[in-house]
Design a protein around this ligand. Structure first.
Ligand code: ADP
Ligand code: ZN
Length: 728
């Protein structure tokens, strides 16, 4: 295992294994079979590549797509690993050459297409040498129950029996339990271990905003992602073409991709994107299979995806390098109707029902008010426990903004009732805002008492209210027709004055929050390095990420390594890459540091110049520590609120977070802030004991929204102070 670790560092340039990698490598080296289910970007490749480098014989890798194989072979070549590729895309000369290399034991890995496996020529070749491992990439392709069945994959079972002493490893990112069983059965894995990693992709920032002016919203989003590579998914080919035209007109570097384009144009566009020669690809769902590009920084869904599987796969194409990537979904009810329209045209009833169920899960995700990772990950049968991922819009939309929305809720519900529970959101909003549209006039709804009673809020805000009411089950949306209906719970609010709490502020319709995301690295240096990387890649006709990942560049632009040892500490730089590219990059960094008078690394510089060039997460981290420590040092909550120009409640939230991390907080100055009578504190403590303290929303609801968040947070601090061993 020391050997595996050494290879990881020397060849791949990584310091430590990711979860499961070492166990898998061990299992393979013991010649046991393995089934690996790990999300995209999880690091499946090294699980067979490291054993391949340790085994005496060859490792065979079967992959469904030529582009995938080429990509892997190129990545390995950059690492200095000897690899051969045999498939129909090679020239006869090239093929011969690779063939000979395998025969003469000059390759440690052989990438091969499934249809070639049982050819006599190949079987004889492999029989003449030693085969230690058979790797099946995208192993779900073997199952008819998977979403991408390939007939050729069925030959693998037979192939496997020809080399009984080789270990077999199947890899996939998505496999339901049924598909897993199928893989095991078809690959004849008798004694095997399953390695299943979670579905959570923690570096993806998940955000959903109401779709209002999608083009404008897209442009705003793109402004936050200048020079970054990304994908925009649209529902239709027509939409792809028109969005491409409009964005290109504004000067964006975009290309379209959909099944309606001629093959060569489509392939060219994909290639330009992969090589970073085009920044944005605008595509239908046809795009993405076999894309290994590691530096996709954003995925924007211009339209609602049809189901969570597709959505998960599509957003999963970003952030393979582990760096933060932004996934934005523009959500509108009109899209639901559009998808329904197509579902209704399906002839098979079972298919229709299943498509509706899928759509409904997707809509639930988009409407969710809790951490988005819950509906997403739970969908795949895994239980996600954290309620505060800090990497989705809902988690960072602080609870503090929750207020009493009973009045607008009552108005909306009344409008639904008075108009007969048959209209959609837009119509209801028009009624509330007093817009005398033709439709309203023809229905005579301008005479209703609810007509025009909602002018104090904007259209956006009413949309936001409607969403909240649906997710609180105070309203029901008919997925088929889009009409809004009352539920059993509505009457409590309409007639019994039951309180409703929620958000009132302007909804986030542009991805504004992203503006606060300051990058944690030196962007100017990153740019210089990126340009050099591109130049080197172009010269070799390979994608830039194959040379260095964005992550490696970002790390260089943080640590400012100025010698070889420094470069070797960067993730993803091993001996071979150091040899080939070390000097070029070092000289850029050195020149830059000299010009800017930089001596330490970015973190040290930050301390010196006091700048907070940290990622959003980090700067929040920084902030709550600063706030809480100032409080502990005697500053009052009110003073801190003034200093930081925020509400006192925000200060309390910061302090609570600090307490949550196990720090003691001074009690003086806290209790004065609380408005809840002392005799009621105990019942809140009891609620903490029962429910835990990770989700204030639950506690808030438990007391019928009657105790303010500020009070709850202060009590939480007190509670934590007395229970220092209680950690989340
Ligand atoms: P998958 O095939 O599961 O989608 P990859 O094998 O392509 O993922 O790995 C994703 C990225 O993570 C690659 O850039 C890879 O080099 C990197 N990686 C893999 N293992 C490690 C590790 N132990 N430490 C750091 N980075 C790693
Ligand atoms: Zn979250």
């Amino acid at each position: 295992m020391d050997k595996a670790k050494k290879i990881l560092k020397d060849i791949f340039g990584y310091d430590s294994f990711r979860p499961l990698q070492l166990e898998i490598i061990q299992n393979v080296l013991n010649k046991k079979d393995s089934l690996v289910v790990m999300p995209t970007g999880g690091g499946k490749s090294v699980c067979y590549q490291i054993p391949a480098l340790i085994f005496e014989g060859i490792t065979i890798v079967v992959s469904p797509l030529i582009s995938l194989m080429k990509d892997q072979v190129e990545q390995l070549r950059q690492l200095g690993v000897k690899t051969a590729l045999l498939n129909s895309s090679l020239s006869p000369e090239h093929y011969r050459n690779n063939f000979e290399n395998v025969k003469n034991l000059k390759a440690k890995l052989l990438y091969i297409a499934p249809e070639s496996l049982l050819k006599d020529e190949i079987v004889n070749l492999l029989k003449s040498i030693r085969v230690d491992c058979i790797t099946v990439d995208e192993a779900h392709c073997i199952s008819e129950w998977g979403h991408d069945f390939r007939k050729e994959y069925r030959q693998l079972g037979k192939f496997r029996t020809i080399f009984p002493s080789a270990a077999c490893i199947g890899l996939t990112a998505t496999a339901t339990p049924r598909v897993q069983d199928d893989i095991v059965k078809n690959l004849n894995m008798a004694e095997h271990k399953k390695f299943i990693a979670g579905f959570n992709r923690e570096n993806l920032f998940l955000q959903v905003i109401p779709k209002q002016d999608p083009f404008q919203q897209t442009v705003e989003f793109l402004k936050e992602h200048q020079n970054q590579s990304g994908i925009i998914y649209c529902f239709s080919r027509k939409q792809v073409d028109s969005l491409h035209e409009d964005l290109a007109y504004l000067g964006y570097s975009t290309k379209p991709y959909h099944a309606g384009l001629p093959d060569d144009e489509r392939n060219r566009n994909q290639d330009l994107f992969i090589k970073d020669e085009v920044q944005i690809i605008i595509a239908t769902i046809a795009f993405g299979m076999g894309i290994n590009k590691s530096n996709v920084r954003f995925v924007l869904h211009y339209d609602l995806p049809k189901n969570i599987e597709s959505y998960y796969q599509e957003i999963g194409r970003s952030g393979r390098d582990g760096l933060r990537s932004d996934c934005l979904l523009l959500f509108s009810y009109a899209d639901i109707a559009k998808i329904n329209y197509f579902i209704d045209r399906k002839e098979d009833e079972v298919e229709r029902l299943s498509a509706k169920a899928h759509l409904s899960a997707m809509v639930k995700y988009a409407e969710s008010e809790i951490c988005r990772r819950h509906p997403l990950i739970n969908y795949f049968g895994e239980t996600y426990k954290n309620f505060d991922c800090q990497m989705c819009d809902n988690c960072i939309a602080a609870e503090k903004e929750m207020t009493d929305i009973t009045i607008p809720a009552q108005k909306f519900l009344s409008a639904v009732k008075r108009t007969g529970e048959v209209f959609g959101v837009n119509y209801l909003i028009d009624v509330l805002m007093g817009n005398d549209t033709d439709r309203i006039l023809s229905n005579g709804h301008q005479n209703l008492t609810v007509f025009g009673i909602g002018k104090e809020y904007t259209k956006k805000q009413w949309h936001m209210f409607a969403n909240q009411l649906v997710s609180k089950e105070l309203l029901n949306r008919d997925l088929e027709f889009g009409s809004i209906k009352l539920t059993e719970r509505s009457s409590g609010v309409l007639f019994k004055n039951q309180k409703v709490s929620g958000f009132i502020k302007e909804p986030e319709t542009s991805s504004k929050k992203l503006k606060q995301v300051e990058q944690s690295y030196d962007m100017e240096l990153f740019e210089l390095l990126r340009v050099k990387r591109k130049e080197l890649a172009e010269a070799q006709s390979i994608p830039p990420y194959v040379i260095f990942s964005d992550k490696a560049l970002a790390q260089m632009a943080t640590d400012y390594p100025r010698d070889e040892a420094g470069l070797l500490r960067i993730s993803g730089i091993g001996i071979n890459k150091l040899e080939h590219y070390g000097n070029v990059f070092l000289s850029i960094i050195k020149r830059y540091c000299k010009k800017k008078n930089i001596t330490g690394n970015l973190n040290k510089r930050q301390q010196v110049i006091g700048s907070r060039r940290k990622s959003r997460n980090n700067s929040q981290v920084l902030k709550h520590i600063i706030v809480a420590e100032s409080f502990n040092n005697g500053a009052s909550i009110k003073e801190l609120a003034e200093e930081f120009e925020v509400k006192t409640q925000t200060i309390v939230t910061h302090i609570a977070r600090y307490a949550n991390e196990g720090h003691k907080i001074r009690i003086e100055g806290l209790m004065e802030q609380i408005s809840l009578p002392a005799e009621q504190h105990k019942k809140v403590f009891e609620a903490f004991k029962e429910e835990g303290i990770s989700t204030m929303k639950t506690i808030y609801a438990k007391f019928n929204n009657e105790i303010s968040y500020e009070d709850l947070h202060i009590l939480k601090i007190m509670y934590l102070n007395n229970n220092q061993d209680y950690k989340i």
